[in-house]
Design a protein around this ligand. Structure first.
Ligand code: HEC
Length: 106
């Protein structure tokens, strides 16, 4: 995300596209799981988490697209939405690891 930020504010659209694509591709539910593994994972993880993860996945794809289209304004909007999404997930589901994130309060 830091790389994307720098690339976005300096107009390095290719880097925005490549880095956002990389985030998109590392999305866990997208990886090559067997059907059974996918089922196990889905049933072990709360629904809200899966929803945030899916949203995040879509946002990353859109950001890669905005990079390819050299659309700085759109990149900024999507970057902002992704940041909100990072904070929402960490604040709600990773509070042990990130006790300082207080998404619910703001
Ligand atoms: C759908 C939930 C979810 C979203 C969205 C999410 N994360 Fe996370 N993140 C996690 C979880 C769960 C962990 C803890 C993983 C662990 O401890 O192994 C984590 C851990 C991390 C870590 C620590 C990794 C490490 O190895 O120390 C960083 C940095 C991080 N996330 C950054 C981000 C950024 C930046 C975004 C948004 C662009 C983001 N995350 C979006 C769930 C999420």
């Amino acid at each position: 995300m830091a790389t994307i930020h720098t690339a976005m504010v300096t107009g390095e659209h290719d880097t925005v596209a490549a880095s956002a694509q990389q985030i998109h591709d590392s999305f866990i539910l997208q990886q090559k799981l067997t059907d059974q593994d996918r089922k196990d994972l889905m049933s072990a993880v709360p629904k809200g988490f899966i929803k945030l993860d899916k949203e995040f996945h879509k946002l990353a794809a859109s950001l890669a697209e905005a990079g390819r289209k050299q659309n700085t304004k759109k990149q900024r909007q999507l970057y902002d939405e992704m940041t909100r999404n990072c904070i929402a997930c960490h604040g709600k589901y990773v509070s042990d690891r990130f006790p300082g994130v207080n998404a619910a309060k703001n």
